[in-house]
Design a protein around this ligand. Structure first.
Ligand code: FES
Length: 160
């Protein structure tokens, strides 16, 4: 028979220890629930305020039009990745493509056949057919893209 090291102590724990253990358990459950509830409100708000980065390929190629779709001295805005772009069939018969996002405050530009220029309706900004800002508030030229004719397609390409 071995001697008990703590003869007055109940090996299963005192009644007070059992109550404290139960309280810790309940506090842990409640604490976890409160944290989970707060996280469920905060996480969507953070995801809304800070959207995930749009993964866009650095090289982008889009069929902007069919050959013959645009007559000379005509243009069209098309979706180029996540932003608009503009394809112009110049009076001389060349194709040119630029971003359609104005360098002033980001309005979408359009082709003005009567002026033979690219026009931003927001503040009367004007770009020439090289994409250069020639009048109004735009501070920089429009980024130009490459245009290739592939069969019946007019393909616009942006290189990295
Ligand atoms: S946004 Fe284009 S001129 Fe102001």
């Amino acid at each position: 028979m071995t001697a008990d090291a703590n003869p007055g102590k109940n090996p299963a724990g005192t009644e007070e220890e059992k109550v404290n253990s139960g309280r810790r358990w309940v506090n842990t459950i409640l604490g976890t629930g409160i944290v989970a509830t707060i996280a469920s409100f905060i996480y969507p708000a953070i995801r809304y305020v800070i959207p995930p980065p749009v993964s866009e390929a650095s090289n982008l190629s889009v069929v902007a039009a069919k050959v013959g779709e645009l007559k000379d001295n005509d243009g069209k805005v098309f979706k180029f990745g996540s932003t608009p772009a503009i394809l112009i069939h110049t009076p001389g018969g060349d194709y040119r493509a630029f971003t359609a996002v104005c360098t002033h405050l980001g309005c979408t530009v359009q082709y003005r056949a009567d002026l033979h220029e690219i026009w931003c309706p927001c503040h009367n900004g004007i770009y020439d057919l090289q994409g250069r800002n020639v009048s109004g508030p735009p501070p920089r030229p429009l980024a130009q893209y490459q245009v290739h004719i592939q069969g019946e397609d007019v393909v616009v390409v942006r290189n990295a």
